[in-house]
Design a protein around this ligand. Structure first.
Ligand SMILES: NC(=O)c1ccc[n+]([C@@H]2O[C@H](COP(=O)([O-])OP(=O)(O)OC[C@H]3O[C@@H](n4cnc5c(N)ncnc54)[C@H](OP(=O)(O)O)[C@@H]3O)[C@@H](O)[C@H]2O)c1
Length: 226
């Protein structure tokens, strides 16, 4: 089950773990980062130049794992959402057998109609909206891109938007990642970055018939630290 993986955000805190675990599991990895000093096999450029770099090689990958996300309170712009919009269109240009599975992470500021009520999550969303309006704008732009996909009922590109709440680095066993909806089936608000990386890679390793979350926006969570 070797996979040729493209990992976007490879220099970020989760991205480094996705790259390391993927290599450890024998996959071929190409990573994208703005600043590649911490990586070996990389595409290093500003996000605005990425389309040109990716366009000729997208068909080489079986899966794209993107852990890009706004990472400062002063973040502005919707470049990540625009990249995904471009990528969906670009993937549609490829032969159906050559279209990689796009797995990406965002936040639980994207509310899913299947979510249950959780007061902490509501307060957290409000808090982020207040202190990081630019990050919120990017997240809502990502939501819009994939809501348009859902509304159009297109199923010709396989994607999953993984919604996260709080990320931690607690050194938990890799296998604890779970998917579902906020406030349901044992959901908790946290996931360990190593468990997140492992969950994403395991999804990317699945055969198309085994992929349960295609075209959906599940919440992910992990083991609680006791
Ligand atoms: N941290 C949390 O508690 C939390 C909560 C909910 C959801 N999430 C989501 O979880 C994922 C991973 O989070 P993390 O905290 O592990 O990641 P992180 O360390 O914040 O890394 C984010 C990555 O995105 C890149 N990036 C951000 N904006 C970019 C832009 N405009 N152009 C190019 N690259 C850009 C960063 O590049 P640079 O290294 O060059 O800045 C970095 O590689 C993200 O999708 C995030 O939205 C995180």
């Amino acid at each position: 089950m070797h996979r040729n993986l493209l990992i976007l955000g490879g220099s970020g805190k989760t991205g480094i773990k996705v790259v390391q675990q993927s290599l450890g599991r024998g996959h071929t990895v190409t990573a994208y980062a703005r600043n590649a000093t911490r990586l070996k096999e990389v595409i290093e450029c500003e996000i605005s130049a990425l389309r040109e770099r990716l366009s000729p090689i997208l068909s080489q990958f079986e899966a794209i794992i993107s852990v890009l996300g706004p990472n400062s309170l002063s973040y502005t712009g919707t470049e990540i959402a625009q990249l995904y919009e471009w990528m969906l269109a670009e993937l549609r240009q490829l032969h159906i057998q050559q279209r990689p599975y796009l797995l990406l992470t965002s936040t639980q500021s994207i509310v899913n109609p299947e979510d249950g009520f959780d007061l902490f999550t509501k307060l957290h969303i409000f808090f982020i909206m207040t202190i990081a309006p630019g990050a919120r704008r990017e997240t809502m732009a990502i939501k819009d891109v994939f809501m348009r996909e859902i509304k159009s009922q297109k199923t010709d590109v396989e994607w999953t938007v993984c919604r996260l709440n709080l990320l931690k680095d607690s050194g938990l066993p890799l296998e604890g990642g779970k998917a579902g909806y906020v406030g349901k089936n044992g959901w908790i608000s946290t996931i360990d970055r190593a468990q997140l990386a492992f969950w994403l890679i395991r999804e990317a390793e699945k055969e198309p018939t085994e992929r349960k979350w295609v075209g959906k926006m599940p919440a992910l969570w992990g083991d609680s630290v006791v």
